[in-house]
Design a protein around this ligand. Structure first.
Ligand code: SF4
Ligand code: SF4
Ligand code: SF4
Ligand code: FES
Length: 235
């Protein structure tokens, strides 16, 4: 790929043509917040709009995780307009979120919580009835607390495209959209192999490893290398 010249936050950057603004910024040491994207898996749905940036001469803000760079682009990742839009997007998400970080298993490793902290949002300006969805908790491995789901689509991608299990998907429409299990049932009564991949990629506390529940905060656990004795491949 050929190298092109762009400007990010008034810094001249050389980037490979066609990579995303997000990747170009990352290579230049400029951090753009994200929520839905999984770059390592090439998953860039452009759905959460947290990563929006301003491109000079492009009327609307663009999702940096999905917008390719080209010669001469002038990009602003954190000016007033961008910050205002990002804050509003986050406030819309929080308006319909339980906000029980104090007891949430994900607290400390939750992207939504981190974003609220980074953007200094204590409460949402928007009033909305909170979702009250049934917690899927009748299996031994995974708790699905979909009131906390931000509909990023990561779990759907990993289950369907990587694990090829096709257990979960988006269901219903508009404000009623939620992640549903095949056949309209729960995980226990589905063909879920409980590989745990959806839990691993969920950026918030909507999918929780049941075994770890109540055992401590994420920073209290020690990570060790181990051999998976029950992976989704069934090898
Ligand atoms: S999912 Fe994140 S933001 Fe929501 S309650 Fe849990 S820690 Fe807080
Ligand atoms: S545990 Fe695995 S198979 Fe079950 S829903 Fe999650 S990703 Fe799909
Ligand atoms: S359950 Fe988690 S990974 Fe799946 S869409 Fe909701 S927030 Fe995203
Ligand atoms: S991270 Fe770019 S739209 Fe979600």
């Amino acid at each position: 790929m050929s190298l092109i010249n762009i400007t990010i936050d008034n810094i001249k950057v050389r980037a490979e043509e066609g990579i995303t603004i997000l990747d170009a910024a990352k290579k230049a040491g400029i951090k753009i917040p994200t929520l839905c994207v999984m770059p390592e898996l090439g998953f860039t749905p452009g759905s959460c709009r947290i990563c929006v940036v301003e491109v000079v001469d492009v009327p609307a803000l663009v999702a940096s995780c999905a917008y390719p760079v080209r010669e001469g682009l002038e990009i602003h990742t954190n000016n007033k307009r961008v910050a205002r839009a990002r804050k509003m997007t986050l406030e819309f998400l929080l308006a319909n979120h339980p906000l029980d970080c104090m007891t949430c298993e994900k607290s400390g490793s939750c992207i939504l919580e981190d974003l609220a902290y980074d953007l200094g949002i204590k409460k949402s300006r928007f009033e909305q009835n909170k979702k009250e969805l049934t917690v899927d908790n009748n299996n031994p491995f995974i708790v699905r607390e979909l009131d906390k789901c931000v509909l990023c689509g990561r779990c759907v991608e990993i289950c369907n495209e990587i694990q090829q299990s096709n257990i979960i998907d988006f269901g219903y429409r508009g404000t009623k959209t939620e992640i549903i299990v095949e056949g309209g049932t729960d995980l226990r009564n589905s063909n879920c192999v409980f590989c745990g991949q959806c839990v691993a990629v969920c950026p918030v506390g909507a999918l929780i490893d049941k075994e770890a529940q109540g055992k401590g905060r994420t920073w209290e656990f020690k990570k060790v290398k181990t051999t998976c004795n029950y992976c989704g491949c069934g090898c």
